[in-house]
Design a protein around this ligand. Structure first.
Ligand SMILES: [Zn+2]
Length: 553
C-alpha cells in the first residue's frame, strides 16, 4: 500500500446534500417527472434510506455524516446544550476540523476539496475551497481561502430575507432566489478549481418543508389546497434537480471516474402540535420555575429580552458588527422583529428544586449532584428518577386526539450503545434521555416556542419537522445498481473514503455497507493523527444564543 502523501483518488466523489429531504415529498415528484436527474441517478444506481442521529437534528446529523462520528463522539444532540456540569446554555457545534471531516482526509493525501454551504460555524483551513452556510460565526470567515470572501459579497446572501415578503408565495420565491444563487455559486466554484471531493448542501429544502408541508399533505389538519403554492414547491425541487444535472454534466465532461451521493441529514413528517417539555416536567413535579412558590403565574410565562439586552449581547459576541456589515438592511429590521421571541433562560428555573429539564429540546437533562452545584439527584437515586421521568413523559396524552404524545424515551446507552464506549468528556455534555414523539414528528418542542397559555400542547408555528429516516441515492463508478439500501448516516463517511480509495480513520463509528462493485478495493483503517476527537465546547459561547435570537435555531 502506498503510504506517501500523494495518493491519486480512485474516483472523484460528490456529496449533494439536501437538508431534510424525505421520500414522502420526493417520490410523488419523481413519479410526475419533476426530478429527471435524480430519477436517472436512481435508475443507474441505488435508492435507499439514511437513518439519522437521535435526535434527528441538523446540528448533530451533518457532523455525523461528514466526520463519521455521531453524538457518541461529538457530544452534539442539539444546537444548544447546558455547559458540562452546569446550567448555562452553550452552543454545541464546534469546528468540524476538530473531528477529522472527509475533506481533511482528502487533503491529507494531497488532494483538494470543495465544501459548500455545510451548516457549520465557519470556513476552516482547507486545501481547496470552503464556503459555509447559515450558522457561520462572526469571528469566523465565510470562506477560505480568504480571497474568496470578497468574491462572495454583493448578491451572495447567506439567508433568505422575508421582511419584504407578505405572502407565503413570496416567501417561497425568496427562498428560491437565495437557493438558486447559492447553487450557481457552487457550480461556478466547481468549474474554477481542481477538487477530488465536493460537498454541497442545499439548506433551504428543510425550511421549505417546515413552512409549507401543509400545502402538500391532504391529511394534515392545516391542509391548504393552493395550486400556486403546490406548483411553486414542485418547481423549487425541479430547480434543485436541474443543478444536480449540471453537476453530472460537469463530471461527465471531465471523463474521470466519479461517484455521487445524494443524501439528506434527516427526513420530515407532519407536525400537529408544539409541546413545552419543561412545562410538562413542571406539572409532573420534576421541575420548579422561578415564581412557582408565590401567587404569580410563572409557568409558561413569556421571557422577553429587551432590545438593549440583545444589542449588548450581540456586541459582546461580536455579532453586532456581523449583522451590520454582512446582512442586508431588510434583515436588520427582521432582527428587530425577532427580539420578542418566546424562550427560556437558566434564570427561569429554581435549580435546587429541579430534578430534570429540557430547555424545550427533544432531550432531557437530569440534575445530578455529581459535578452540578445545585444538583438534586444523588448517584444512588439516579435510576429511580430516570424511570420516574420516563414514565411522566410516556403518560402524556393529547386530550384532543386521545393519543399518547411520546412514543419512546431512550437512555444514552439505548441510543448510542451500539457505537462503542463514550469518552468521559463527551458523556459529560450528553443529555440523560432522548424523547421520540408520536410518529417522530407529530409533536415538536422548540427552544423559542414555549407555552404562553399554560397548555403543554399548543398550535405549532411549522407544519412539519424532522424524522430519522432521510434519503440516500448513490450512483456512478463503483456503486452497485438495483440495490435497495438502508444505511446509517455515520456510514457515508467510510463509504466515500472507500470509493475514493483511501484508508478509513480509526475512531469513526460508521461501518462500510455492502454498496460497491467488486473492483472497489478495501484498504485498511489507519490512525491518521491525533484528531482531538471528543473535544467539546467552544470558546465563543454567546454566538448560538445570538443565532437563536436571529431565528435560525
Ligand atoms: Zn437538517
Amino acid at each position: 500500500m502506498c503510504m506517501n502523501d500523494e495518493w491519486t483518488p480512485e474516483r472523484k466523489t460528490v456529496i449533494f446534500g439536501l437538508d431534510g429531504a424525505t421520500w414522502e415529498i420526493l417520490d410523488p415528484l419523481l413519479s410526475n417527472g419533476h426530478l429527471p436527474n435524480l430519477a436517472e441517478l436512481i435508475h443507474s444506481g441505488t435508492k435507499g434510506t439514511l437513518q439519522s442521529t437521535r435526535p434527528a437534528v441538523t446540528a448533530a446529523a451533518w457532523p455525523a455524516m461528514l466526520t463519521g462520528r455521531g453524538p457518541e463522539r461529538t457530544g452534539i444532540t442539539h444546537f444548544l446544550r447546558p455547559e458540562a456540569g452546569g446550567y448555562d446554555i452553550e452552543p454545541a457545534i464546534t469546528e468540524l476540523g476538530q473531528l477529522q471531516p472527509l475533506w481533511q482526509v482528502v487533503n491529507h493525501w494531497g488532494e483538494n476539496a470543495l465544501v459548500f454551504n455545510v451548516p457549520t460555524i465557519g470556513a476552516e483551513e482547507i486545501e481547496g475551497q470552503m464556503v459555509t452556510g447559515p450558522l457561520t460565526k462572526t469571528d469566523h470567515p465565510l470562506a477560505t481561502p480568504s480571497e474568496l470572501n470578497s468574491s462572495l459579497t454583493g448578491e451572495y446572501s447567506i439567508y433568505a430575507d422575508f421582511t419584504s415578503a407578505s405572502t407565503e408565495y413570496e416567501k417561497l420565491q425568496e427562498i428560491r432566489a437565495v437557493t438558486e444563487h447559492k447553487l450557481e455559486t457552487s457550480l461556478k466554484l466547481a468549474t474554477e478549481v481542481e477538487w477530488s471531493l465536493m460537498v454541497s448542501v442545499v439548506y433551504y429544502i428543510d425550511q421549505v418543508q417546515h413552512r409549507f408541508w401543509h400545502y402538500l399533505d391532504p391529511d394534515h389538519p392545516d391542509y391548504t389546497d393552493d395550486s400556486r403554492m403546490q406548483e411553486g414547491i414542485a418547481s423549487y425541487f425541479s430547480m434543485v434537480d436541474s443543478y444536480l444535472g449540471e453537476l453530472k454534466n460537469l463530471l461527465e465532461a471531465d471523463s474521470e471516474p466519479y461517484s455521487i451521493f445524494v443524501v439528506s441529514d434527516h427526513g420530515h413528517g407532519p407536525t400537529y402540535k408544539s409541546i413545552d417539555i419543561d412545562l410538562l416536567l413542571n406539572r409532573a413535579g420534576h421541575l420548579t420555575f422561578v415564581g412557582d412558590d408565590n401567587d404569580q403565574q410563572p409557568s409558561g410565562r413569556e421571557y422577553r429580552p429587551t432590545k438593549a439586552t440583545i444589542v449588548s449581547a450581540l456586541k459582546s459576541a461580536g455579532l453586532l458588527e456581523f449583522v451590520m456589515t454582512n446582512v442586508p438592511e431588510r434583515v436588520k429590521k427582521f432582527v428587530g422583529d425577532r427580539l420578542d421571541d418566546n424562550k427560556r433562560s437558566p434564570d427561569d428555573f429554581v435549580w435546587d428544586e429541579t430534578v430534570a429539564w429540557s430547555y424545550n429540546t427533544p432531550v432531557v437533562y437530569l440534575n445530578t449532584s455529581e459535578g452540578r452545584e445545585s444538583g438534586t439527584i444523588a448517584p444512588d437515586g439516579y435510576e429511580e428518577r430516570l424511570a420516574d421521568i420516563r414514565s411522566s413523559l410516556l403518560q402524556l396524552e393529547d386530550p384532543e386526539r386521545g393519543v399518547p404524545v411520546v412514543q419512546d424515551v431512550l437512555t444514552i446507552d439505548e441510543a448510542y450503545g451500539e457505537f462503542g464506549d463514550i469518552p468521559d468528556n463527551v458523556q459529560a455534555v450528553l443529555p440523560d434521555l432522548i424523547i421520540i414523539f408520536r410518529n417522530e414528528s407529530e409533536y415538536k418542542p422548540k427552544t423559542n416556542e414555549i407555552s404562553t397559555t399554560g397548555d403543554i400542547l399548543f398550535p405549532p408555528e411549522e407544519s412539519s419537522t424532522h424524522i430519522r429516516e432521510g434519503i440516500l441515492v448513490a450512483g456512478g463508478d463503483g456503486v452497485r445498481s438495483d440495490q435497495s439500501m438502508e444505511m446509517n448516516i455515520r456510514d457515508i463517511y467510510p463509504s466515500v473514503l472507500r470509493l475514493m480509495g483511501y484508508p478509513i480513520p480509526e475512531g469513526a463509528t460508521g461501518t462500510v455497507p455492502d454498496l460497491f462493485t467488486e473492483d472497489v478495493e478495501a484498504y485498511e483503517t489507519m490512525d491518521y493523527k491525533d484528531t482531538g476527537e471528543g473535544k467539546v465546547g467552544d470558546e465563543n459561547e454567546e454566538i448560538y444564543d445570538r443565532l437563536r435570537d436571529l431565528g435560525y435555531l
